[in-house]
Design a protein around this ligand. Structure first.
Ligand code: SF4
Length: 687
């Protein structure tokens, strides 16, 4: 615990503790609520940060109950609070499940609101344009669209999460939602019934608003240039899953141009002709050329690696020629739209988009004339403008990324500590950053530096689980160097006895997709008796559902399975980590960041690579024990954990698991009815 906490707790801290104690308000009204001392300490620290308008970084180990720990002081304080979560699913869970329970238990009648990004709300204008469009690829898609139209007539919130069976990545979503580019704002004929405007109005009048990091950062990125606020001026911010913030902030403080908005611009310009049919004659050809130039650029980049720097792309003549052709197609679109600007608000918005895309493209190519257009149409919310371009003097990397049919050309700042700190200071609010994975070996220096925090107040709230009783960390002996050719086969030899002891029920988490595919092939060739669920062979949600239902499955996943996956109970009893998850060498942003640290005299391994890998390992290990009743074995295969001096930093950052290098301890663990049979409580002497 931090010893800088003030000696006399504030009234808010005392009240928060009291509410969470044995016999307190939460215990008396929430079934199965179990008071936990780490939760009370966290809640008191959050209360102190609120009270003093200070900043707190708090790591809350799995099972601490951090959501209740911050909601209690937030609701008791009466301060205008923004709570930000990592994903929309977590946002929904917090708003619909946790928040009402805590609010009812405390008996406070505060107003709360859920605010998502505009892509989550039905846009009447876009839906109107899509009616009668021949864009539906299948009968099912047309039927789903009709269901959306019917739902639009009865929904109160307009949140697309209410539409059953509509996936986040459905091609219908961009057809019935708006972007800052295509929203008509106050010129919109549907403005008075607009769900985006209504959601923001509700947020502005609420005491506690639940947002997600994307929305929070979009707001910060705008505020950086003094455009004002989408979110209401808050007195306190709580950032949950805060380990995600620095990397996400780089995206938001940077800028990008991708294939989809270019194609959408071409299609939207044609769709707008519904209002002014005579415009079709002059727009059809430039729109076709823009779509074609976008596709041609993607094809021209086929010979490049999936990710690379601007420099790498410029080495390919075909991609340079395609970039120039795209610039010309955008200029053609702009020329065709200019005379139509006043014919309909939709054309004005399209013209702005054409100019904006052209300017982004010029900046990415590092050509003159990359200034943003200054005649943006008035958006639905006066503060809702596209973020300003990244200033030229910011240390940034220009890079590209390819997907199956698209591309993204990005300019990303290498350090976001400055802008984040600037915003925080200007807000004059309390800031709480919390997550299960923020500390490296019990220290917060790395995270604090990334956020631009000088000597923040910190707290380590340990997981209340009985780690020696519930878990074991097994480090197999005799594995070769992770870079060696036979590593996957050796890994499987080491892991198979564990899977036999546990009867499957395992996650195998890989640092690379290549290793994942190799081990999947080896497992299949060995005709193992457990059903295999392999990332990439089915959607993530479906894989997890089948894994849970199987009762003896083995799931093979890469980085995306390290986070946000919650499988409590017997279905998951083993987590295997193949290698220490150091950042991918082909990630241009990561590489550029390391180079920037080197240039400024730092040590890239110590200052960036090691801390980043420790957090990733903690995330993966955190999948194992999710409740007081879970039991399981964490298998850490990488021999560098015991062979290299830095291995200890990883081990010291994990919860207090007993460690063993003996497979018989694993067998004993799964053979024991109630308690594991583990010889050494800490395993210190094993290395
Ligand atoms: S104001 Fe914008 S988001 Fe709202 S209905 Fe109109 S176009 Fe759609």
């Amino acid at each position: 615990m931090d010893d800088t906490a003030p000696p006399a707790p504030s009234r808010l801290a005392l009240a928060a503790r009291e509410a969470l104690e044995e016999g307190g308000l939460l215990a008396s009204s929430i079934e199965a609520f179990a008071p936990r001392s780490a939760q009370q300490a966290l809640s008191a620290a959050v209360a102190e940060a609120f009270q003093s308008r200070g900043t707190l970084i708090a790591e809350a180990g799995t099972g601490t109950g951090k959501t209740f720990a911050y909601l209690v002081p937030a609701l008791l304080s009466g301060m205008k609070t923004i709570v930000s979560t990592g994903t929309r699913a977590l946002q929904d869970q917090l708003y619909h499940r946790d928040l009402p329970r805590v609010r009812d238990a405390l008996g406070v009648g505060l107003k709360t609101a859920l605010l998502k990004g505009r892509a989550n709300y039905l846009c009447h204008h876009r839906m109107h344009l899509a009616k009668g469009e021949p864009r539906f690829h299948s009968r099912e898609m047309a039927a789903q669209f009709q269901r959306i139209v019917a739902w639009a007539g009865r929904t109160r919130m307009g949140d697309l999460a209410e539409v059953e069976g509509l996936g986040e990545d459905s091609p219908l979503v961009p057809m019935v939602t708006s972007t800052t580019d295509n929203c008509l704002g106050s010129e919109c004929p549907f403005f008075s019934e607009c769900f985006v405007v209504q959601a923001r109005q509700r947020a502005q009048s609420a005491d506690l608003v639940v947002v997600n990091h994307h929305l929070l950062l979009a707001d910060l990125a705008l505020k950086q240039e003094g455009f004002g606020e989408i979110l209401p001026g808050a007195q306190a911010f709580v950032v949950d899953e805060a380990h995600q913030l620095p990397d996400l902030a780089s995206q938001f403080f940077g800028e990008a141009l991708s294939a989809r908005p270019l194609v959408e611009l071409a299609r939207d310009a044609v769709a707008e002709c519904k209002e002014v049919p005579s415009a079709l004659a002059s727009l059809q050809e430039p729109a076709r050329e823009l779509e074609q130039a976008t596709r041609a650029l993607r094809s021209a980049m086929d010979d490049l690696p999936v990710r690379g720097t601007r420099q790498r792309a410029s080495e390919l003549d075909a991609s340079e020629a395609a970039l120039e052709a795209l610039a010309q197609a955008l200029a053609g679109m702009q020329a065709a739209l200019e005379p139509l600007e006043s014919a309909a608000p939709g054309f004005e918005a399209c013209l702005f988009r054409a100019k904006d895309h052209a300017a982004r493209l010029r900046r990415w190519r590092d050509l003159e004339g990359g200034e943003p257009p200054d005649d943006a149409p008035v958006p639905a919310d006066p503060d809702d403008r596209a973020p300003p371009p990244l200033p030229d003097d910011v240390d940034s990397v220009r890079w590209y990324e390819l997907s199956a049919r698209g591309f993204r050309l990005s300019r990303t700042p290498l350090d976001v500590a400055g802008p984040l700190a600037e915003h925080r200071e200007r807000s004059r609010a309390a800031w709480v950053f919390t997550s299960a994975t923020l500390a490296i070996g019990g220290q917060f220096d790395h995270y604090a530096r990334k956020l631009g925090l000088q000597a923040p107040r910190t707290l380590l709230a340990p997981s209340p689980f009985d780690w020696p009783g519930q878990a074991l960390c097994y480090l197999p002996k005799g594995l070769p160097e992770p870079a060696s050719r036979d590593y996957s086969a050796a890994l499987l030899d080491a892991v198979r006895p564990v899977l036999e002891a546990s009867a499957g029920r395992a996650f195998l988490l890989f640092a690379s997709h290549r290793a994942l595919r190799e081990v999947a092939a080896l497992l299949r060739a060995a005709d193992v008796p457990w059903p295999l669920f392999v990332q990439g062979e089915a959607p993530r949600g479906l894989l997890l559902e089948r894994f849970r239902a199987s009762g003896n499955g083995v799931l093979l996943g890469a980085a995306s399975f390290r986070e946000g996956v919650d499988v409590a109970g017997d279905a998951l009893s083993v987590v295997v980590i193949d290698k220490l998850p150091f950042g991918a060498p082909d990630d241009p942003v990561f590489e550029a960041r390391l180079e920037s640290i080197r240039r400024s005299g730092g040590n890239p391994f110590r200052d960036e690579q090691l801390p980043q890998a420790v957090i990733a390992l903690k995330q993966g290990a955190g999948r194992l024990i999710r409740s007081e009743r879970d039991r399981g074995v964490l298998v850490l295969c990488d021999p560098r954990l015991v062979g290299k001096s830095y291995g200890r930093v990883f081990l010291d950052s994990l919860p207090p698991l007993p460690r063993s290098r003996d497979i018989d301890d694993v067998r004993g663990f799964f053979g024991g009815e109630c308690r594991p049979v583990v010889p050494a409580p800490t395993g210190e002497d094993l290395f």
